[in-house]
Write a protein that binds this ligand. Structure first.
Ligand SMILES: Nc1nc2c(ncn2[C@@H]2O[C@H](COP(=O)(O)OP(=O)(O)OP(=O)(O)O)[C@@H](O)[C@H]2O)c(=O)[nH]1
Ligand SMILES: [Mg+2]
Length: 298
C-alpha cells in the first residue's frame, strides 16, 4: 500500500521544512508526526520522521552544551544546493529569489555571517538552498566547519559579479575549494552571473552559465536522484518518493513497504521509462525521473 498523504500533511511538511532553528523544527516535526498517515503502508514514513525528531533533539542538546553556537545543518528536501561566492556577489539575493523567502541583503560586505538556509520549491519537490558566508583568500583555513556542507551538497551554485573581474574571482574560489579537495565541474556546479551588464570577455572553463529560470531544474537534474509517484486505484500520490538514479521497481517497492516485495506480482509504469503509458514491468525495470508507478500484488 503506497504512502498516500493528506493535504494537511503536505502543509505541515512545508512548515517543518521552512522552520529555521532546531527548536522550531522540533515543534513542526511533532505536528507533522501527528498528521502522518497511520496505516501500515506509512510505517517507513513514520519511522523516518521519528528518527529525525530524535536527531533534532540530540542536536539541540549538543548546541546547549557548546553554548548554543553550533547549529548543524540538517539535510532536508529532495536535494541540497550550496551557494558560494565572494562578498557582495549576490548570494543572498539569489537565495531569496529562488526560495521566495526573505534573506538579509545589504550593500556592505560579509552581510551573511552564518549559513542561511531556505527551501526552494521546484515542481512537486523541495530543494534545500544553503548560502555559505563569503569566500575570501584563506576562507578554508578559518571555516573548516563549512567544508562538509559544501562537499555534501548535490550541487554548487557559484555567484560571480559580472561587473568586476569574474575570472580572478572564480580563480580564487577554485583555489579555496581545492584546499578542501572540492572540485568544481560541470557535473556538480554552475556559475550564476549577477550584475552582468554586457557580454563578458572572460572565458571561465569547465562550467556552464545559468539563467535564473533554469537553476532549480539544473540542480535537480544534476543531483544523483529521481522522483517517482505511486498510484493506487487510479489516484496518484501527490508526494513523490525520492530514489537514487538508476533505481529499479524493486528499490521503489522496498521503499513503499518491505512486505510488498514478498507479494509483488508486477507493476505498471507511466513516464519516460515506460515503453508506452501504463506498460507492465517487473522488478528489474529501471525507473526515470517523474515516472508514475502502480504496484500490483498477488
Ligand atoms: N545590479 C545588481 N545588484 C545586485 C544583484 N545581486 C545582488 N545585488 C546587490 O548587491 C549587494 C549585495 O547583495 P547580496 O545578495 O547581499 O550579496 P551576498 O553575496 O549575499 O553578500 P555577503 O553576504 O555580504 O557575502 C546588494 O546591494 C544587492 O542589492 C544583481 O544581480 N544585480
Ligand atoms: Mg549574503
Amino acid at each position: 500500500m503506497p504512502t498516500n498523504v493528506s493535504y494537511e500533511y503536505i502543509n505541515a511538511e512545508r512548515d517543518y521544512l521552512n522552520a529555521k532553528t532546531s527548536a522550531e523544527k522540533i515543534i513542526a516535526l511533532q505536528k507533522l508526526i501527528s498528521v502522518a498517515p497511520s496505516h501500515k503502508g506509512a510505517e517507513n514514513l513514520r519511522a523516518q520522521l521519528k528518527k529525525r525528531l530524535a536527531i533534532l533533539k540530540k542536536d539541540v542538546l549538543a548546541a546547549k552544551k557548546s553554548g548554543g553556537k553550533t547549529e548543524t545543518i540538517i539535510r532536508e528536501g529532495a536535494a541540497q544546493a550550496a551557494i558560494i561566492g565572494l562578498p557582495n556577489s549576490g548570494k543572498s539575493t539569489l537565495l531569496q529569489e529562488l526560495s521566495g523567502d526573505k534573506v538579509k541583503i545589504a550593500e556592505y560586505e560579509f552581510t551573511t555571517t552564518k549559513p542561511e538556509i531556505r527551501m526552494m520549491r521546484f515542481e512537486n519537490i523541495w530543494l534545500q538552498g544553503i548560502e555559505l558566508p563569503a569566500i575570501y583568500n584563506g576562507f578554508i583555513e578559518t571555516n573548516r566547519q563549512f567544508t562538509a556542507t559544501i562537499r555534501q551538497a548535490d550541487f554548487i551554485l557559484i555567484t560571480l559579479d559580472g561587473s568586476k573581474d569574474p575570472q580572478s574571482d572564480f580563480d580564487l574560489i577554485v583555489r579555496e575549494m581545492k584546499k578542501a579537495n572540492i572540485s568544481l565541474d560541470a557535473n556538480n556546479s554552475a556559475i550564476i552571473y549577477t550584475r552582468q551588464v554586457t557580454k563578458l570577455k572572460t572565458k571561465i572553463p569547465q562550467l556552464f552559465y545559468l539563467d535564473i529560470e533554469k537553476i532549480l531544474a539544473t540542480v535537480w537534474s544534476h543531483s544523483d536522484k529521481i522522483r517517482v509517484q505511486t498510484k493506487t486505484r487510479g489516484k496518484v500520490a501527490p508526494k513523490p518518493i525520492i530514489l537514487k538514479k538508476g533505481s529499479d521497481i524493486k528499490a521503489l517497492t522496498e521503499r513503499v513497504h518491505r512486505d510488498l516485495l514478498v507479494n509483488f506480482k508486477h507493476a505498471k509504469v507511466w513516464g519516460l521509462s515506460a515503453k508506452f503509458a501504463g506498460a507492465q514491468v517487473g522488478m528489474n525495470h529501471i525507473l526515470a525521473d517523474s515516472d508514475v508507478v502502480e504496484i500490483f500484488t498477488k
